[in-house]
Every structure is written in C-alpha cells, then in structure tokens.
Design a binder for this molecule. Structure first.
Ligand code: FBP
Length: 599
C-alpha cells in the first residue's frame, strides 16, 4: 500500500492510534466471568449498606412504587451467571447531557452481557429522542468499532428534561411500541433524576421495563462517597486539562511574561479545578466551594489574586497560571443571590418576559423585581454577562455557566486593581496589617511592570477524547452492571463501581436513595444532590497546605498526555485516591484484562 492510500485509510476513526487503542484489552470483574471464562450477567444481592437523603417522606410520596419496591438497600453483584440463558429481551440505551469519555464502552459492556440472544437498541439524541421514539437496533458488529473510542457520536445526546404528563406518556408509548424490557440512561445528576421519574411512571402504569441509570459527567459531581467515588468522564477530562495546563505552566515560565488565566469546566463543583491544581501546581486555583464558605465577594477574590501577582512580582516572577472554575459566579455570594432572584422572577413571569421584544426591555422588566443589592450587582456587570444571566437556562433550569467569561471579568478587574495599586502605593504597601511589605525600591520596580495576560477556556476539548485506561475499564464494568440489572428485572437503580484499587466492587444504588428535595427557581424540586468539593476532604486539605508555596514560587509539574501503555497508564485521579484513602494513585485494578470481542 502506498503512502497516499495509507493516509486516506485513516479516515473514519482509523488513525494509527485509534486502531491500536481499539484493540486494548479491558478488565472484566470476576462477577461477570462464567466458569468457561466467558462474559455473563452478574447476580445482584441485597446488602446491609443503605442510602437515604433529606426529605425522605416526601420522596416516598413522590416515588411510592420504586421506593416501596427497592427500599434504601444497596445491591452488590456477587457472582456471574445471574440471568444466564435469558433470551429475547429488548434493551434500549441513551446518552443524556454533556458528552464524557467512556460512553461507548458502556454500550460495549451492555452488548457483551446481553449476548446474541437479546437485542440492544440505541436512542438517537438523548431523552428528546426517547420522547420522539427515535430508536434503532444496534448491529453487534458495529459495537466493536466503538470499543475504547471517545465521544457520544454513536448515539448523540441532548438535555431534554422529561417533566410534562405528555412527555411521560410519549416515553411510555416508545417503551410499549418498541417492546422494551429495559432502558439504560447514561447521564449526570439531572439525567439520573429523569431516570428515577421514568422508572416510577412506568411502574405506576404497570409497564414492566427496567430503568437503570449509569453515572456520567466530566464534572465529577455525581458521586456517593465510598459507594461511587466518581462518575465516568472525570478521569479523562482532568487528564486532558492537566496536560494542557501543565504545558501552560511551562510556557509561562519560558516566555516569562504572561499570566495564563484558565477557566476550567465544571458547571457547579470545582472538582475538575482541584484535580488539575493537584496535578500541575499553578500559582492560583480558585475553589468555588471555599469562596462560598468564606463568603468572599468578587472584590475580595480580585484582591486575593492581585496580591499573589504582586507578591510574585516582588519575588522576581511576572508570570504564572491562574485556574478559575467555570461555576464560580454562582458561588460568589452576591452573584449567587442575584442568580437565585433572577431564577425566581424568570419562572414567575416566564410568559410576560418571553413576550418582550429585546434584551433592553427584559432588563427593564426585571430590575424592579430584584432587591436593591442585586439590582446594583446586576448593573455593575458587563452587558454580555447580564445577557447570559437573563436569557440562557437549560431545560433543567441551570444557568449556562460555560458561556460566562468569568476569567475575562476577573482579568478586567485585576488589571484595574493593579493599576490602582500603582497609583496609590501608600494605600497598598507598608508595614501595617493587610498591607504588602516591600522596600521602596521594590515598590518602584513593581510600578514599572505591567500585566500581560492570555485567557483560555478548557471545557469541550476534554469531553470527547478516547477514554483513559481507567475510564475505559470503569465504563465497561458499568455497562455490564446495567445490562445485568436489566436482565434480572431490577428498576430504579444506578449502576456503580467502587474500590478501584483492589479489584472493584460492582454495586446498584437505589435512585430514590440518592434523590433529595431542593428549592429551585422558588419551587420544590426532586434532584440528585450534586457532590461538591468538601473543604475537610484530604484532596482539598493537601491543596490548601501547599498553595502558598505554589503561589510564591514556580513549583509546577507537567503530567503530560494520557498514556495508554506503560508505567503511568493506570493512574486514577489524585482526588479519588486521596479522598478514598487509597495507598497510591498509580495503579487501578478492576479485574482480569480481556480482549473483548462482541460478535
Ligand atoms: P453534564 O453534567 O451534563 O455531563 O455536563 C457537563 C458539562 O460539560 C459542564 O461542565 C458544562 O457546564 C456543560 O456540560 C456545558 O454543556 P452545554 O454546552 O450543553 O451547556
């Protein structure tokens, strides 16, 4: 074959790396291995571990069928062969919400455990496709082509929230028309809440179809402590961001003139930022949860960063990397209050606001409904930020924080603060408490240096990579677990895996045990509570203990690209290893490695 043909052959996900990665073996937990070494569904048994959350009585009222059926007990996969020989079952799978690396291996795991005698169907474009009834039968041969491949493109995804009676009726029709025995929903907190409602509705309607959730989100905020340390996608996304941030720290110290402000995805939790900080040791990493806890205003955050930039300057460093979590604005107390007020007004006056012709009219309408303090905050924001806060909510009522240029807002304010410091040196430098100690010469030198910045947003580039070895392995177990639960007729559970460092335990968590009540937009909502950075967690404590040194000196480290082979390919995230108290982060173990062939 000549070079021309070799290069054209790489089209359609056939780059040399993709071809090799596709062939990589994945671990198979012993609970999915029959005596002849073939993959079989696992049998799940009840354990004495339980889950339960705030507002339990209300949850029992809203989910009477599934909560009575499942109770709060966690199930554990104990042995292979649970539903061996089951045939003729029809199971559909859908992706929901933002993409995350490893989704395709969930499908491969499902196909492997269902075997040739059952049918796997794909739902196109997420929950929206389920409502429309847009399903297709997955050809088993095509499953091998997506093994270890990134993205969600095999099915597509969307963010439809299934909430109206009409939507639930349509979902029921899709289930009945396609004779589905099972529905697997791969998604984050909102999507698994959707799954809990669908499971309940189908039970109520007497439609026998197992609804099983699979935990996914790069944000890392769908977790259940020791039962589910992290959802899939976080590991790969943070490895990608850490590589890029590692490169930027190196660039900063090489070009010796730039501060790189990097906004990192994570709509609510700052887990991604914390993990990337642990891996790269930047000059600053803001953690939203800490900012909320310390009640830090926007001005206090600006002060904090300006101070670090100044101290570094006095130390001879005029460069560095500053990490900003995507969800920051909602955690800054005055911004959080403003968003909460806006959410309420936007729901209460939805139709009136929708009828208004322009943004200006909407603003005029909203201002009198805000408290004086929030109106003042709103007025102080740049117009594009005001627009995002007013206009954009996703189907689940979330502000589209990925569109808010927080890093640019901070840059603008920090520039202003530094120029103020240059103009009024006696206000900022001196021996008194709160002032920065510096000699007259240092202050003069400080005045001569200007701030050069580059801003970056790392988000979408981390969601669709080929999964890390960890995510490939994790998702394959999740797919096999979900398939096993469906074949054994369980409904209203989320598949989970824990103990990544010692073989892996495969669990099923009752969805109603994960749901709690929350006020959103002034209304009581039933949601799976997001798992945020705990300030008492080992991962945060490690960061907090080291950050002053990382701020003063250049201590960065560069973890490099995701490794698929070799000594560093089996690392789990530092956050998981620290918070789960593993002895090391270097080597996960999820079972015996196998070359998986779905025929
Ligand atoms: P999920 O929780 O649905 O997986 O989405 C995660 C995420 O990547 C967030 O980090 C980000 O805020 C959001 O999706 C962006 O998605 P969109 O462009 O659809 O708003």
């Amino acid at each position: 074959m000549n070079l021309f043909s070799k290069v054209s052959r790489t089209a359609g996900k056939n780059s040399p790396l993709e071809e090799e990665v596709r062939k990589l073996p994945v671990p198979v937990n012993s609970v999915f291995l029959g005596k002849d070494g073939r993959i079989e569904p696992a049998e799940f048994r009840q354990t004495d571990m339980t889950l339960g959350s705030k507002g339990h009585e209300r949850i029992e009222q809203v989910f009477p069928e599934t909560s009575a059926k499942n109770g709060s007990a966690i199930l554990e996969a104990v042995v292979a062969g649970g539903s061996r020989g089951t045939a003729g079952k029809r199971v559909a799978v859908l992706f929901s919400g933002g993409p995350a690396a490893g989704g395709h291996n969930v499908l491969v795991g499902l196909a492997a455990v269902l075997g040739k005698d059952n049918t796997l169907l794909g739902v196109r474009k997420g929950p929206g496709g389920l409502v429309k009834g847009d399903l297709f039968e997955i050809d088993r041969r095509s499953v091998s082509s997506i093994m270890n491949m990134g993205g969600f493109d095999f099915l597509g995804t969307d963010r439809t929230k299934i909430k109206t009676a009409e939507q639930f009726e349509k979902v029921k029709q899709t289930v009945v028309k396609n004779r589905l025995d099972g529905l697997v929903v791969v998604g984050g907190d909102d999507s698994n809440t959707n799954a809990a409602f669908i499971a309940e509705h189908l039970e109520k309607e007497g439609v026998r179809c197992s609804v099983i959730g699979v935990p996914k989100t790069i944000d890392g905020d769908l977790a259940a402590g020791k039962y589910l340390p992290i959802p899939f996608g976080f590991d790969t996304a943070t490895k990608i961001y850490a590589e890029l941030v590692g490169n930027l720290t190196q660039d900063a110290a090489s070009a010796v003139k730039y501060y790189h402000f990097v906004k990192l995805m994570g709509r609510t939790a700052s887990k991604i930022t914390l993990e990337v900080a642990l891996q790269t040791k930047p000059a600053v990493a803001l953690i939203s949860e800490e900012i909320a806890e310390k009640n830090m205003s926007l001005e206090a955050i600006v002060d904090h960063i300006a101070r670090i930039i100044t101290l570094r300057r006095l130390n001879g460093l005029n460069h560095g990397v500053i990490l900003v979590p995507e969800g920051l604005v909602e955690f800054i107390p005055e911004m959080g209050r403003l968003i909460a007020e806006l959410n309420k007004v936007l729901v209460e006056y939805a139709t009136d606001i929708a009828d208004l012709p322009s943004l200006e009219h909407k603003r005029e309408f909203l201002f009198p409904h805000l408290t004086a303090q929030s109106a003042q905050v709103m007025a102080s924001l740049p117009p594009d930020l005001q627009e995002t806060l007013i206009l954009d909510r996703d189907d689940h009522g979330n502000v589209k924080v990925s569109q808010i240029e927080t890093e640019k807002l901070l840059i603008e304010k920090i520039r202003y603060r530094l120029s103020e410091m240059k103009r009024h040196t006696d206000r900022f430098f001196g021996r008194e408490e709160g002032k920065i100690e510096a000699s007259a010469q240092q202050v003069e030198d400080f005045k001569k240096v200007s701030l050069s910045v580059q801003s970056h947003f790392l988000g979408y580039e981390g969601r669709c990579s080929k999964p890390s070895r960890f995510d490939a392995a994790f998702t394959f177990q999740l797919g096999m677990a979900a398939g096993s639960l469906v074949l054994s007729g369980k409904t209203g559970y989320m598949a989970a895996v824990t103990d990544f460092h010692k073989g892996g335990r495969v669990l099923a968590l009752p969805l109603t045990g994960l749901i709690s009540t929350e006020m959103r937009g002034g209304k009581e909502e039933f949601v799976i509570k997001r798992s945020l950075v705990e300030l008492s967690s080992p991962s945060f404590r490690l960061y907090a203990e080291n950050r002053d040194r990382w701020a003063r000196e250049d201590c960065f480290s560069s973890p490099g690209a995701i490794q698929y082979w070799g000594p560093t390919c089996r690392q789990v995230s530092m956050l998981v290893a620290l918070d789960q108290e593993y002895p090391d982060f270097a080597s996960f173990d999820l079972g015996e490695e196998k070359q998986v062939l779905v025929e």
